[in-house]
Design a protein around this ligand. Structure first.
Ligand SMILES: Nc1ncnc2c1ncn2[C@@H]1O[C@H](COP(=O)(O)OP(=O)(O)OP(=O)(O)O)[C@@H](O)[C@H]1O
Length: 269
């Protein structure tokens, strides 16, 4: 069997709070998750359960307290250079136009400027921003900024794509358009994707597999579902498929209780 693209093996993350004494909070405990090359995996879980923490561990931005991360079979030490990371918030530099934002990563990788600009323009076209290369972030809509961020993440053709609720700030229509665009780009390249979302519909519509996390503290996977819906998929149309409805019910059965627990904890906090 080929190595998984990304393996999170028995990961535990304990944070130490320095406010008011040395309080410890174990956000993630003994979490194991593997993503095959070319596989699209979504992780869903209640708010604040530890989804971003797991993604940060996979990106090499956060060292786990225990456990191991492997990238194509090799232990990860430091930043995961085979991964591209698309954050939840705004990641564009306000003083750079769309083209210069999209090519930032290439610049860090010392790609010659002419090559970077050619690739940048190609990617801007691919995400529907052809002709907008000179726009600055404040001159773009939320959807346009997300498109630029997508191009910024994919331009280096990473083997692993990590996405943390990338479209949560968008209106429903723009969001569905972007989801379809991501699927089309993914179908063309078939990279490993770890997609974090709290939206179960989005997770099912996009993924090959949906992993459900327990409410925190000590979050870990408690359910895993293969999404056997045919591809290519249209994220809006697939929601009316009877199998989608069936999968939604089965996953929600597991997720519901965790969401309620997470909600109760937030109210207590
Ligand atoms: N650096 C840190 N120091 C202390 N606690 C942290 C740190 N990072 C995360 N936490 C805590 O760990 C828990 C999990 O946070 P995380 O951001 O991973 O959750 P999430 O599931 O991604 O949340 P959301 O759904 O709101 O995006 C939270 O209780 C959070 O407060």
């Amino acid at each position: 069997m080929p190595d998984a693209a990304l393996t999170l093996d028995n990961i535990t993350c304990t944070f130490v709070s320095h406010e008011g004494g040395q309080q410890r909070y174990t956000a993630v405990k003994d979490a194991t998750l593997a993503i095959a090359p070319g596989e699209f995996v979504s992780v869903v879980g209640p708010t604040g359960c530890g989804k971003s923490t797991l993604l940060n561990v996979g990106a090499g931005l956060l060292a786990p307290s225990s456990g191991q991360v492997k990238v194509f079979g090799e232990p990860l030490l430091g930043i995961n250079s085979r991964a591209g990371y698309m954050f939840q918030g705004e990641a564009l530099l306000p003083w750079r136009n769309a083209l210069d934002n999209v090519t930032t990563g290439l610049e860090f990788a010392h790609v010659p400027r002419a090559d970077a600009q050619r690739l940048g323009n190609e990617w801007l076209k691919r995400v529907g921003l052809g002709g907008f290369e000179n726009r600055y972030p404040h001159q773009m809509s939320g959807g346009m900024r997300k498109r630029a961020m997508l191009a910024q993440t994919l331009i280096r053709d990473p083997d692993i794509i990590l996405m943390d609720e990338p479209f949560s700030a968008l209106d429903v229509q723009t969001r569905q358009l972007m989801e379809n665009e991501v699927l089309a780009l993914w179908m063309a390249k078939r990279r490993a994707v770890l997609f974090i979302t709290h939206d179960l519909d989005e997770a099912i519509a996009m993924s090959d597999r949906v992993v459900v996390l327990s409410a925190g503290p000590a979050t870990h996977p408690i359910g895993e579902f293969n999404i056997d819906l045919a591809r290519p998929r249209d994220v809006a149309e697939v929601r009316t498929n009877p199998r989608f409805v069936e999968l939604h019910r089965a996953i929600w059965d597991v997720l519901r209780e965790e969401v309620l627990k997470g909600y109760a904890q937030q109210k207590r906090a």
